[in-house]
Design a protein around this ligand. Structure first.
Ligand code: AMP
Ligand code: ZN
Length: 114
């Protein structure tokens, strides 16, 4: 997708502070962190949101979760705990229409979700 910020990060035309990259996934620091650790875990394939998952592309969810576990280890938040958020659609607060999971940690997060 030529006008997608995250596709541009994946192809390298927009810089990012990478935490992890493999054939399927890229993970990088959020430009506007909401916690001391705030990493975005993004599939390389352009999928608009959770609502665009289907039988053909659902396998990527396993890859995303494997990457989340690796990111938590790399960022040394795996034992203390962290939060994973995937905003979906307008009312879900999604601003970038390319599926991504926020990994937040490095502090004691509020128990309230919103
Ligand atoms: P969401 O609101 O769930 O769609 O999250 C999009 C996230 O992408 C926000 O937390 C933004 O701060 C982050 N973001 C937008 N542009 C960039 C960028 N160029 N590099 C890193 N993070 C970004
Ligand atoms: Zn994209």
């Amino acid at each position: 997708m030529s006008d997608c910020i995250f596709c541009k990060i994946i192809e390298g035309s927009i810089p990012s502070k990478k935490v992890l990259e493999n054939d399927d996934i890229i993970a990088f620091h959020d430009i506007n962190p909401a916690a001391p650790v705030h990493v975005l875990v993004v599939p390389k394939v352009h999928i608009e949101s959770l609502e665009a998952l289907n039988e053909q592309n659902i396998d990527v969810v396993v890859k995303i979760h494997q990457a989340i576990l690796q990111v938590a280890k790399i960022m040394k938040i795996n034992s203390k705990g962290y939060r994973v958020i995937a905003n979906c659609g307008k009312e879900g607060g999604q601003t970038v229409p390319h599926l991504h999971y926020h990994v937040l940690g490095g502090t004691c997060l509020n128990e309230k979700l919103i």
